[in-house]
Design a protein. Sequence first.
Length: 321
Amino acid sequence: MRALVFDTGTRLAEVDDPEPGPGEALLRVRLAGICNTDLEITRGYMGYAGVLGHELVADVIAAEDDAWVGARVCAEINFACGECPNCEAGLERHCPTRRVMGILGAPGCFAERVVVPQANLHRVPNHVADEAAVFTEPLAAAFELVEQIELNRGERALVVGDGKLGLLCAMVLESEGLHTTLVGRHAHKRAIAEAAGIHAFEPALLQEGAFDLVVEATGQPSGLAWSLERVRARGVLALKSTFHGEVKLDTAKLVIDEIQVVGSRCGPFDRALAALAAGAIDPTRLIDGVLPLGDGVEAMRLAATRGSLKYLLDPRVEVGA
């Protein structure tokens, strides 16, 4: 089958068809989304080599439980052992032997087909379009802020970064009743936030002020220090960026202002799907283009272009069709 592979570079390749084992399901990919993490992998993040991709909507074509066959699904990306103390506590994403789709030890979904644990499947409601369902994984990551942090309606939240995840985080916080502000450098992205009822500014135009919650989602090492300066005393700084490299940070403000720092990664798929089904959040306005899988290298280049948002890959469409 065809797949978009990263090793010494990013290339379209013919790879072996995946074969599901016990407890696994074979999926035919309908759409897959390019994430900033995929771009960071091509810069050395996680030291991963193999088929890229972890955001998908797909059809189940084989499964241990026949009731799944034919279902339209999305899939959680952490493949855990299910037996360790973390897994028993419901923290599969922290399983010490986990594999992660397209990121750590497990082939990704930038392919015609992919194998995932059956336990990771979630049915997509019939009325949710593929173009929305493919956002389930990053939208779930945005909803994890609500799971991790005690938020009160009317509190002031600031999202730093107007990329894909930053916009989704801002949409989620606004939907939860927080007074949400987003800062970013791109007018067309700020317009997306404003259309969702979110105040949006260029960084230089943001009035000085301390926020109850600041979400760092710039994807850049420089974003952390800038974000920290906007947190009120005893406020919360949530970190969403993942990138290749190290960050230097003066921790004095963390101690003096008694700021809580929360690392935030994956999140609840059921909550994300419920929001999509209810129409509470519309992520499709983030889509810049849909390209055939055969144009995957070009799609990755476009996704890495400054100012771009979401590019999707469609394995069902031939190049030039």
